[in-house]
Design a protein around this ligand. Structure first.
Ligand code: XUL
Ligand code: CO
Length: 435
Protein backbone atom coordinates (compact mmCIF):
# COMPACT_ATOMS: atom_id res chain seq x y z
CA UNK A 1 0.00 0.00 0.00
CA UNK A 2 1.22 3.49 -0.83
CA UNK A 3 2.79 5.61 1.86
CA UNK A 4 0.32 8.30 0.74
CA UNK A 5 -2.77 6.04 0.70
CA UNK A 6 -4.50 7.87 3.53
CA UNK A 7 -4.11 11.32 2.00
CA UNK A 8 -7.08 12.82 0.17
CA UNK A 9 -6.84 14.18 -3.36
CA UNK A 10 -6.76 17.96 -2.85
CA UNK A 11 -9.94 19.63 -4.08
CA UNK A 12 -11.12 23.19 -4.55
CA UNK A 13 -13.53 24.24 -1.79
CA UNK A 14 -13.45 28.04 -2.12
CA UNK A 15 -12.04 30.91 -0.03
CA UNK A 16 -14.25 30.18 2.99
CA UNK A 17 -13.13 26.59 3.41
CA UNK A 18 -11.48 25.77 6.72
CA UNK A 19 -10.18 22.45 5.46
CA UNK A 20 -6.35 22.71 5.49
CA UNK A 21 -6.10 20.08 2.74
CA UNK A 22 -8.38 21.90 0.31
CA UNK A 23 -7.63 24.60 -2.24
CA UNK A 24 -9.22 27.92 -1.55
CA UNK A 25 -8.11 29.57 -4.80
CA UNK A 26 -6.59 26.99 -7.14
CA UNK A 27 -9.14 25.99 -9.75
CA UNK A 28 -7.17 24.69 -12.73
CA UNK A 29 -9.89 25.32 -15.31
CA UNK A 30 -10.99 28.74 -14.08
CA UNK A 31 -10.44 31.32 -16.80
CA UNK A 32 -8.09 34.15 -15.96
CA UNK A 33 -7.97 36.80 -18.68
CA UNK A 34 -9.41 34.20 -21.02
CA UNK A 35 -6.93 31.40 -20.30
CA UNK A 36 -7.30 28.51 -17.82
CA UNK A 37 -5.45 29.12 -14.57
CA UNK A 38 -3.42 25.95 -14.97
CA UNK A 39 -2.07 27.11 -18.32
CA UNK A 40 -0.89 30.38 -16.81
CA UNK A 41 0.82 28.60 -13.93
CA UNK A 42 1.91 25.15 -15.12
CA UNK A 43 2.82 24.26 -11.52
CA UNK A 44 5.33 21.51 -10.86
CA UNK A 45 6.45 19.26 -8.00
CA UNK A 46 10.19 18.63 -7.78
CA UNK A 47 11.33 15.04 -7.34
CA UNK A 48 14.50 15.70 -5.39
CA UNK A 49 13.36 17.45 -2.24
CA UNK A 50 10.25 15.33 -1.69
CA UNK A 51 11.48 11.90 -2.74
CA UNK A 52 15.27 11.88 -2.40
CA UNK A 53 16.29 14.19 0.44
CA UNK A 54 15.95 12.26 3.72
CA UNK A 55 15.60 15.32 5.99
CA UNK A 56 19.29 15.49 6.90
CA UNK A 57 21.26 18.66 7.55
CA UNK A 58 24.95 19.32 8.23
CA UNK A 59 24.42 18.58 11.91
CA UNK A 60 22.23 15.53 11.76
CA UNK A 61 20.84 12.49 9.99
CA UNK A 62 17.64 12.21 8.00
CA UNK A 63 14.45 12.52 9.99
CA UNK A 64 11.89 11.37 7.41
CA UNK A 65 12.21 7.57 7.30
CA UNK A 66 10.15 7.23 4.13
CA UNK A 67 9.71 3.56 3.20
CA UNK A 68 11.67 4.00 -0.07
CA UNK A 69 14.74 5.48 1.67
CA UNK A 70 17.77 3.30 2.32
CA UNK A 71 16.76 0.45 -0.03
CA UNK A 72 19.37 -1.23 -2.27
CA UNK A 73 19.89 0.80 -5.46
CA UNK A 74 18.11 -1.35 -8.03
CA UNK A 75 15.68 -0.75 -10.87
CA UNK A 76 12.97 -2.27 -8.68
CA UNK A 77 13.56 0.22 -5.85
CA UNK A 78 13.68 3.11 -8.34
CA UNK A 79 10.32 1.97 -9.71
CA UNK A 80 8.92 1.74 -6.19
CA UNK A 81 10.02 5.32 -5.52
CA UNK A 82 8.43 6.42 -8.81
CA UNK A 83 5.17 4.72 -7.82
CA UNK A 84 5.14 6.73 -4.60
CA UNK A 85 6.09 9.95 -6.35
CA UNK A 86 3.36 9.66 -8.97
CA UNK A 87 0.78 8.77 -6.32
CA UNK A 88 1.80 11.89 -4.44
CA UNK A 89 1.73 14.09 -7.57
CA UNK A 90 -1.86 13.03 -8.16
CA UNK A 91 -2.86 13.85 -4.58
CA UNK A 92 -1.58 17.40 -4.99
CA UNK A 93 -3.57 18.21 -8.12
CA UNK A 94 -0.33 19.62 -9.58
CA UNK A 95 0.02 18.51 -13.20
CA UNK A 96 3.79 18.81 -13.79
CA UNK A 97 6.96 17.51 -12.20
CA UNK A 98 10.72 18.02 -12.60
CA UNK A 99 13.69 15.74 -11.88
CA UNK A 100 17.46 15.31 -12.08
CA UNK A 101 18.84 12.09 -13.60
CA UNK A 102 20.12 10.92 -10.19
CA UNK A 103 16.77 11.56 -8.51
CA UNK A 104 15.10 8.90 -10.61
CA UNK A 105 17.70 6.16 -10.28
CA UNK A 106 21.30 5.54 -9.23
CA UNK A 107 23.69 6.14 -12.14
CA UNK A 108 25.97 3.36 -10.90
CA UNK A 109 29.73 3.50 -11.33
CA UNK A 110 30.21 4.22 -15.03
CA UNK A 111 28.63 6.41 -17.69
CA UNK A 112 27.39 3.38 -19.61
CA UNK A 113 25.75 1.93 -16.52
CA UNK A 114 24.18 5.32 -15.82
CA UNK A 115 22.77 5.56 -19.35
CA UNK A 116 21.20 2.14 -19.20
CA UNK A 117 19.72 2.75 -15.74
CA UNK A 118 18.33 6.11 -16.83
CA UNK A 119 16.82 4.63 -19.99
CA UNK A 120 15.10 1.91 -18.00
CA UNK A 121 13.55 4.27 -15.47
CA UNK A 122 12.59 6.73 -18.22
CA UNK A 123 10.56 3.96 -19.85
CA UNK A 124 8.82 3.43 -16.54
CA UNK A 125 8.15 7.17 -16.15
CA UNK A 126 6.76 7.26 -19.69
CA UNK A 127 4.23 4.56 -18.82
CA UNK A 128 3.17 6.34 -15.65
CA UNK A 129 2.87 9.69 -17.44
CA UNK A 130 0.71 8.08 -20.08
CA UNK A 131 -1.56 6.56 -17.44
CA UNK A 132 -1.88 9.61 -15.19
CA UNK A 133 -1.65 12.48 -17.69
CA UNK A 134 1.13 14.04 -15.60
CA UNK A 135 3.67 16.04 -17.58
CA UNK A 136 7.34 16.89 -17.32
CA UNK A 137 8.04 20.61 -16.84
CA UNK A 138 11.79 20.09 -17.07
CA UNK A 139 14.60 17.65 -16.76
CA UNK A 140 18.15 18.29 -15.59
CA UNK A 141 21.37 16.43 -14.83
CA UNK A 142 22.98 16.51 -11.41
CA UNK A 143 26.53 17.73 -12.10
CA UNK A 144 27.32 18.75 -8.55
CA UNK A 145 26.86 15.93 -6.00
CA UNK A 146 29.45 13.40 -7.12
CA UNK A 147 33.02 14.10 -5.88
CA UNK A 148 34.25 14.11 -9.50
CA UNK A 149 32.50 17.46 -9.82
CA UNK A 150 34.09 19.05 -6.75
CA UNK A 151 35.89 21.60 -8.95
CA UNK A 152 32.96 22.05 -11.33
CA UNK A 153 31.60 20.13 -14.31
CA UNK A 154 31.93 22.25 -17.47
CA UNK A 155 34.30 24.60 -15.62
CA UNK A 156 36.53 21.83 -14.26
CA UNK A 157 40.29 22.24 -14.83
CA UNK A 158 40.26 18.65 -16.13
CA UNK A 159 38.77 18.22 -19.65
CA UNK A 160 37.93 14.60 -18.81
CA UNK A 161 35.41 15.84 -16.26
CA UNK A 162 33.95 18.18 -18.92
CA UNK A 163 33.49 15.16 -21.18
CA UNK A 164 31.90 13.09 -18.42
CA UNK A 165 29.45 15.90 -17.72
CA UNK A 166 28.68 16.06 -21.44
CA UNK A 167 27.88 12.34 -21.33
CA UNK A 168 25.46 12.88 -18.46
CA UNK A 169 23.75 15.89 -20.05
CA UNK A 170 23.43 14.22 -23.44
CA UNK A 171 21.58 11.31 -21.82
CA UNK A 172 19.29 13.48 -19.73
CA UNK A 173 18.51 15.86 -22.59
CA UNK A 174 17.56 12.85 -24.70
CA UNK A 175 15.35 11.54 -21.88
CA UNK A 176 13.72 14.94 -21.37
CA UNK A 177 12.96 15.02 -25.09
CA UNK A 178 11.59 11.48 -25.04
CA UNK A 179 9.29 12.32 -22.11
CA UNK A 180 7.94 15.42 -23.85
CA UNK A 181 9.54 17.80 -21.35
CA UNK A 182 8.86 21.49 -21.82
CA UNK A 183 12.36 22.63 -20.87
CA UNK A 184 15.85 21.47 -20.01
CA UNK A 185 17.50 23.22 -17.04
CA UNK A 186 21.16 23.73 -16.29
CA UNK A 187 21.81 24.99 -12.81
CA UNK A 188 25.54 25.59 -12.46
CA UNK A 189 25.87 23.61 -9.25
CA UNK A 190 29.64 23.90 -8.85
CA UNK A 191 30.33 26.11 -11.84
CA UNK A 192 32.12 28.78 -9.85
CA UNK A 193 35.12 29.04 -7.58
CA UNK A 194 36.05 28.79 -3.93
CA UNK A 195 39.30 30.76 -4.27
CA UNK A 196 40.82 32.76 -7.12
CA UNK A 197 44.24 31.54 -5.98
CA UNK A 198 43.72 28.31 -7.91
CA UNK A 199 41.28 29.57 -10.57
CA UNK A 200 41.60 30.92 -14.11
CA UNK A 201 38.21 32.61 -14.34
CA UNK A 202 38.35 33.52 -18.01
CA UNK A 203 39.40 29.98 -18.97
CA UNK A 204 36.51 28.51 -16.96
CA UNK A 205 33.97 30.89 -18.51
CA UNK A 206 35.17 29.91 -22.00
CA UNK A 207 34.62 26.27 -21.05
CA UNK A 208 31.12 27.05 -19.78
CA UNK A 209 30.28 28.94 -22.96
CA UNK A 210 31.49 25.99 -25.04
CA UNK A 211 29.53 23.48 -22.97
CA UNK A 212 26.32 25.41 -23.33
CA UNK A 213 26.86 25.77 -27.07
CA UNK A 214 27.24 21.99 -27.31
CA UNK A 215 23.97 21.54 -25.40
CA UNK A 216 22.16 23.92 -27.75
CA UNK A 217 23.61 22.14 -30.81
CA UNK A 218 22.47 18.78 -29.46
CA UNK A 219 19.01 20.12 -28.72
CA UNK A 220 18.62 21.07 -32.39
CA UNK A 221 20.15 17.83 -33.58
CA UNK A 222 17.55 15.72 -31.78
CA UNK A 223 14.69 18.12 -32.56
CA UNK A 224 13.92 19.03 -28.95
CA UNK A 225 11.44 21.89 -29.12
CA UNK A 226 11.61 22.81 -25.44
CA UNK A 227 13.67 25.67 -24.02
CA UNK A 228 17.20 25.42 -22.63
CA UNK A 229 17.30 27.28 -19.31
CA UNK A 230 20.10 28.48 -17.05
CA UNK A 231 19.25 28.93 -13.38
CA UNK A 232 21.13 31.87 -11.82
CA UNK A 233 22.41 31.66 -8.25
CA UNK A 234 25.13 33.87 -6.75
CA UNK A 235 26.74 31.50 -4.23
CA UNK A 236 26.32 28.13 -2.51
CA UNK A 237 27.74 25.63 -2.99
CA UNK A 238 30.72 27.61 -4.32
CA UNK A 239 31.73 30.94 -2.82
CA UNK A 240 31.06 32.58 -6.17
CA UNK A 241 28.86 31.04 -8.86
CA UNK A 242 29.39 32.16 -12.46
CA UNK A 243 25.63 32.36 -13.14
CA UNK A 244 25.33 35.02 -10.43
CA UNK A 245 22.04 36.68 -11.41
CA UNK A 246 19.92 37.52 -14.47
CA UNK A 247 22.09 40.40 -15.63
CA UNK A 248 25.32 38.40 -15.25
CA UNK A 249 23.86 35.49 -17.20
CA UNK A 250 22.59 37.92 -19.83
CA UNK A 251 26.12 39.22 -20.37
CA UNK A 252 27.47 35.65 -20.44
CA UNK A 253 24.94 34.58 -23.07
CA UNK A 254 25.71 37.65 -25.17
CA UNK A 255 29.48 36.99 -24.92
CA UNK A 256 29.12 33.42 -26.14
CA UNK A 257 26.54 34.07 -28.87
CA UNK A 258 23.74 32.26 -27.08
CA UNK A 259 21.07 34.95 -26.81
CA UNK A 260 17.82 33.68 -28.26
CA UNK A 261 18.85 30.07 -27.59
CA UNK A 262 18.95 30.03 -23.81
CA UNK A 263 16.58 31.56 -21.28
CA UNK A 264 16.45 31.76 -17.50
CA UNK A 265 14.93 29.72 -14.73
CA UNK A 266 14.63 32.25 -11.92
CA UNK A 267 14.38 31.10 -8.33
CA UNK A 268 12.99 33.36 -5.62
CA UNK A 269 15.68 32.84 -3.02
CA UNK A 270 18.51 32.86 -5.53
CA UNK A 271 17.37 36.41 -6.31
CA UNK A 272 17.43 37.42 -2.66
CA UNK A 273 20.82 35.77 -2.10
CA UNK A 274 22.11 37.95 -4.95
CA UNK A 275 20.91 41.04 -3.10
CA UNK A 276 17.93 41.56 -5.40
CA UNK A 277 14.23 41.17 -4.96
CA UNK A 278 12.46 38.34 -6.79
CA UNK A 279 10.52 41.02 -8.66
CA UNK A 280 13.76 42.66 -9.83
CA UNK A 281 15.06 39.44 -11.34
CA UNK A 282 11.76 38.81 -13.10
CA UNK A 283 11.55 42.39 -14.37
CA UNK A 284 15.12 42.21 -15.72
CA UNK A 285 14.50 38.91 -17.45
CA UNK A 286 11.17 40.00 -18.93
CA UNK A 287 12.72 43.26 -20.09
CA UNK A 288 15.31 41.33 -22.10
CA UNK A 289 13.10 38.50 -23.34
CA UNK A 290 15.00 36.08 -21.14
CA UNK A 291 12.36 34.70 -18.79
CA UNK A 292 11.83 30.99 -19.25
CA UNK A 293 10.55 29.48 -16.02
CA UNK A 294 10.39 30.03 -12.27
CA UNK A 295 11.38 28.07 -9.14
CA UNK A 296 8.90 29.37 -6.59
CA UNK A 297 10.68 28.66 -3.33
CA UNK A 298 11.79 31.23 -0.83
CA UNK A 299 14.61 31.70 1.65
CA UNK A 300 14.44 33.04 5.16
CA UNK A 301 15.09 36.76 5.63
CA UNK A 302 17.43 36.07 8.57
CA UNK A 303 19.44 33.34 6.84
CA UNK A 304 22.05 33.84 4.18
CA UNK A 305 21.68 30.37 2.70
CA UNK A 306 19.24 28.45 0.59
CA UNK A 307 16.39 27.11 2.73
CA UNK A 308 14.10 26.13 -0.17
CA UNK A 309 10.87 26.85 1.69
CA UNK A 310 7.43 26.86 0.14
CA UNK A 311 6.30 30.38 -0.87
CA UNK A 312 4.41 32.48 1.66
CA UNK A 313 4.65 36.07 0.47
CA UNK A 314 1.41 36.96 -1.30
CA UNK A 315 2.39 40.51 -2.20
CA UNK A 316 5.71 39.51 -3.72
CA UNK A 317 4.09 36.72 -5.72
CA UNK A 318 1.21 38.96 -6.82
CA UNK A 319 3.59 41.60 -8.18
CA UNK A 320 5.51 38.96 -10.11
CA UNK A 321 2.31 37.50 -11.57
CA UNK A 322 1.22 41.01 -12.49
CA UNK A 323 4.45 41.58 -14.45
CA UNK A 324 4.11 38.19 -16.05
CA UNK A 325 0.51 38.79 -17.17
CA UNK A 326 1.48 42.19 -18.52
CA UNK A 327 4.23 40.57 -20.57
CA UNK A 328 1.93 37.87 -21.95
CA UNK A 329 2.92 35.04 -19.58
CA UNK A 330 5.27 32.09 -19.75
CA UNK A 331 5.67 29.97 -22.87
CA UNK A 332 7.23 26.57 -22.20
CA UNK A 333 7.99 27.40 -18.55
CA UNK A 334 5.96 27.08 -15.38
CA UNK A 335 6.22 27.43 -11.62
CA UNK A 336 8.26 24.65 -10.10
CA UNK A 337 8.23 24.17 -6.34
CA UNK A 338 11.93 23.54 -5.76
CA UNK A 339 10.84 23.44 -2.13
CA UNK A 340 11.10 21.07 0.77
CA UNK A 341 9.19 20.66 4.00
CA UNK A 342 11.12 21.44 7.17
CA UNK A 343 13.18 18.74 8.86
CA UNK A 344 10.66 18.47 11.68
CA UNK A 345 7.74 18.07 9.25
CA UNK A 346 8.13 14.32 9.15
CA UNK A 347 4.69 13.08 8.12
CA UNK A 348 3.32 12.33 4.65
CA UNK A 349 0.61 14.92 5.20
CA UNK A 350 3.25 17.64 5.73
CA UNK A 351 4.32 17.20 2.11
CA UNK A 352 0.74 17.75 1.02
CA UNK A 353 0.36 20.84 3.19
CA UNK A 354 3.49 22.33 1.62
CA UNK A 355 2.35 21.80 -1.96
CA UNK A 356 -1.27 22.77 -1.41
CA UNK A 357 -0.20 25.98 0.29
CA UNK A 358 2.28 26.75 -2.46
CA UNK A 359 -0.08 26.27 -5.36
CA UNK A 360 -2.93 28.04 -3.58
CA UNK A 361 -0.76 31.09 -2.90
CA UNK A 362 0.25 31.08 -6.54
CA UNK A 363 -3.38 30.86 -7.69
CA UNK A 364 -4.41 33.65 -5.36
CA UNK A 365 -1.55 35.82 -6.64
CA UNK A 366 -2.70 35.17 -10.20
CA UNK A 367 -6.25 36.25 -9.37
CA UNK A 368 -4.91 39.38 -7.65
CA UNK A 369 -2.76 40.14 -10.66
CA UNK A 370 -5.74 39.72 -12.98
CA UNK A 371 -7.59 42.37 -10.96
CA UNK A 372 -4.59 44.69 -11.14
CA UNK A 373 -4.50 44.30 -14.91
CA UNK A 374 -8.23 44.93 -15.25
CA UNK A 375 -7.98 47.95 -12.94
CA UNK A 376 -5.18 49.41 -15.03
CA UNK A 377 -4.23 52.24 -12.66
CA UNK A 378 -0.71 51.06 -11.96
CA UNK A 379 0.06 50.59 -15.64
CA UNK A 380 -1.49 53.96 -16.47
CA UNK A 381 0.69 55.67 -13.88
CA UNK A 382 3.89 54.15 -15.21
CA UNK A 383 2.88 54.91 -18.77
CA UNK A 384 2.18 58.55 -18.00
CA UNK A 385 5.47 58.82 -16.09
CA UNK A 386 7.38 58.02 -19.27
CA UNK A 387 5.01 59.74 -21.71
CA UNK A 388 7.68 62.31 -22.61
CA UNK A 389 9.75 59.58 -24.21
CA UNK A 390 6.95 58.62 -26.60
CA UNK A 391 6.83 61.95 -28.41
CA UNK A 392 8.88 64.89 -29.72
CA UNK A 393 12.35 65.28 -28.30
CA UNK A 394 12.08 62.02 -26.28
CA UNK A 395 11.62 59.85 -29.38
CA UNK A 396 14.26 61.82 -31.29
CA UNK A 397 16.82 61.18 -28.53
CA UNK A 398 16.18 57.44 -28.54
CA UNK A 399 16.22 57.33 -32.33
CA UNK A 400 19.71 58.83 -32.25
CA UNK A 401 18.63 62.00 -34.07
CA UNK A 402 20.06 64.48 -31.56
CA UNK A 403 23.70 65.08 -30.57
CA UNK A 404 24.99 66.25 -27.23
CA UNK A 405 25.25 69.76 -28.76
CA UNK A 406 21.62 69.61 -29.99
CA UNK A 407 20.43 68.59 -26.55
CA UNK A 408 22.46 71.27 -24.82
CA UNK A 409 20.92 73.90 -27.13
CA UNK A 410 17.39 72.61 -26.57
CA UNK A 411 17.89 72.55 -22.80
CA UNK A 412 19.28 76.08 -22.78
CA UNK A 413 16.29 77.39 -24.74
CA UNK A 414 13.55 75.81 -22.59
CA UNK A 415 12.59 76.49 -18.96
CA UNK A 416 14.54 74.28 -16.52
CA UNK A 417 12.56 71.10 -15.73
CA UNK A 418 10.84 70.88 -12.35
CA UNK A 419 10.96 67.72 -10.15
CA UNK A 420 7.84 65.55 -10.27
CA UNK A 421 6.66 63.29 -7.43
CA UNK A 422 7.23 59.54 -7.85
CA UNK A 423 4.05 58.90 -5.75
CA UNK A 424 5.53 55.79 -4.15
CA UNK A 425 3.17 55.76 -1.17
CA UNK A 426 0.11 56.18 -3.35
CA UNK A 427 1.26 53.25 -5.50
CA UNK A 428 2.02 51.07 -2.48
CA UNK A 429 -1.47 51.81 -1.18
CA UNK A 430 -2.89 50.92 -4.57
CA UNK A 431 -1.17 47.52 -4.50
CA UNK A 432 -2.59 46.89 -1.03
CA UNK A 433 -6.08 47.02 -2.51
CA UNK A 434 -5.35 43.86 -4.44
CA UNK A 435 -3.50 41.64 -1.98
C1 XUL B 1 19.81 24.64 -6.25
C2 XUL B 1 18.66 24.55 -7.15
C3 XUL B 1 18.61 23.31 -7.97
C4 XUL B 1 18.09 23.48 -9.35
C5 XUL B 1 18.09 22.21 -10.16
O1 XUL B 1 19.82 25.74 -5.44
O2 XUL B 1 17.81 25.41 -7.15
O3 XUL B 1 17.88 22.37 -7.26
O4 XUL B 1 16.77 23.98 -9.36
O5 XUL B 1 19.35 21.61 -10.22
CO1 CO C 1 16.04 25.63 -8.22
Amino acid sequence: MSYFADLPVAQFEGPDSRNPLAFRYYQPERLVLGKPMVEHLRPSVCYWHSFCWPGSDVFGAGTFNRPWHGLPETLESAKGKADEAFTFFEKTGIPYFAFHDVDAISLGTSLREGWSNLDAIADYFAGKMEKTGLKLLWGTANLFSHPRYQAGAATNPDPAVFAYAAGQVRAMLDVTHRLGGGNYVLWGGREGYDTLLNTDMRQELDQLGRFLTLVVEHKHKIGFKGTILLEPKPCEPTKHQYDFDSATVHAFLANYGLLGEVKLNIEVNHATLAGHSFEHEIAYALGHNLLGSIDLNRGDPQNGWDTDQFPADLQETTLVLYRLLQAGGLETGGFNFDAKVRRQSIDAVDMLHGHIGGVDLLARALLNAEQMILDGQLAAFVQSRYAGWKQGMGTDVLAGKLSLNDLADIAAQTPAPQPISGRQEMLENLVQRFV
